[in-house]
Design a protein around this ligand. Structure first.
Ligand SMILES: CNC(=O)NC(=N)Nc1ccccc1
Length: 314
């Protein structure tokens, strides 16, 4: 069982390698690509809070000075971590995929800019003269192991096409396994990602079992509503990848989510044990929002993230 954490939006967050030096997290979602291309040829935009130097590729909102992330990804991979780039996030309120051509363009952009570095296609020193001729490399020679879809607004059309295009790129790169993941809200069907989950292959689905009352992990603990892990297993079994792993998404500290959704490790343990044992085939582990909040949430001398890891391994 794995611990997946989001990284990139933490308050005063340390650099990525701080988390890669810890054994606690196995999958790290770097967020976010929070501006989407408006048409073919248009660049997406990114935000990684304090991690980059504020420079953008000329004429774009895509950060070009994320040297710590570039430097840290190789050591994260050497430590056995899976590094995914997360698309969307809570601030992407105005983002959408206008049509299939843009979905394919967006997938190609992400693959050539953040996937395996190919100097024939992408330029480390990208400038505007290269627009339309080469892709930029925001993390320079470093690459990610796949893409996470944290689509919280304007979902539906386009995401299945984007993910299927990424999957096509994955098949052309057998040198390693690449992954697709998603972070739907707990109500079924998820307003933004249900179409993509039904029509394109996800490896991991970490449901945000927080911030939405009625189906949350806190509902299970408090005996309210209906925590719907069982129903999400049903969604996955009917999806394009019936073998996708299902993670329980949780806030990593009190102020990492809306009021009332944070659970202490003592409250989490019976929930995780129940569903780990009830669905051994589908249970993938726990996702935490987010890495720095968990790191700063010290309980009996251990971080929240360590407590969650211990619960999975006890
Ligand atoms: C996977 N994405 C998230 O978990 N986003 C998220 N937690 N956004 C947020 C919403 C309300 C308060 C704090 C964070």
């Amino acid at each position: 069982n794995n611990v997946a954490v989001y990284y990139g939006q933490g308050y005063n967050q340390p650099r990525l390698k701080h988390f890669c030096e810890q054994t606690t997290s196995d999958i790290i979602n770097i967020g976010f690509i929070n501006q989407f291309p408006k048409h073919v040829g248009d660049f997406p935009g990114s935000n990684f809070a304090n991690q980059c130097n504020g420079a953008f590729f000329p004429g774009t909102e895509l950060l070009s000075g994320c040297h710590q992330i570039w430097q840290d990804i190789p050591s994260c991979k050497a430590a056995g971590k899976t590094i995914l780039l997360s698309i969307g996030g809570g601030t992407a309120t105005a983002q959408s995929i206008p049509d299939e051509a843009t979905a394919v363009w967006f997938a190609d952009f992400l693959w050539y800019s953040f996937g395996p570095y190919n100097p024939a296609i992408s330029s480390l020193g990208w400038t505007e003269e290269l627009a339309g001729l080469a892709f930029p490399r925001p993390f320079l020679t470093s690459s990610v192991d796949g893409f996470d879809f944290d689509i919280e607004y304007n979902g539906g059309v386009g995401y299945a096409a984007m993910i299927n295009r990424l999957r096509w790129h994955f098949t052309k790169s057998p040198e390693q396994t690449y992954y697709i993941s998603g972070a739907p809200q707990c109500p079924i069907p998820d307003a933004q990602l249900s179409n993509a989950i039904a029509n394109s292959h996800f490896d991991f689905i970490w449901v945000q079992w927080y911030n939405t009352g009625g189906c949350s992990a806190a509902d299970w603990v408090h005996g309210t509503g209906k925590f719907n892990f069982d129903d999400w297993v049903g969604v996955i079994e009917k999806s394009a990848n019936p073998n996708a792993k299902l993670f329980i998404g949780l806030p990593a500290s009190k102020d990492a989510a809306n009021a009332g959704f944070y659970l202490t490790p003592k409250e989490v343990k019976p929930l995780v044990k129940t569903y780990m044992n009830k669905h051994p085939k589908h249970f993938g582990g726990v996702m935490l929002w987010e890495a720095t909040a968990g790191d700063n949430n010290l309980i009996d001398g251990s971080t929240y993230t360590e407590h969650i890891k211990d619960i999975l391994y006890d």
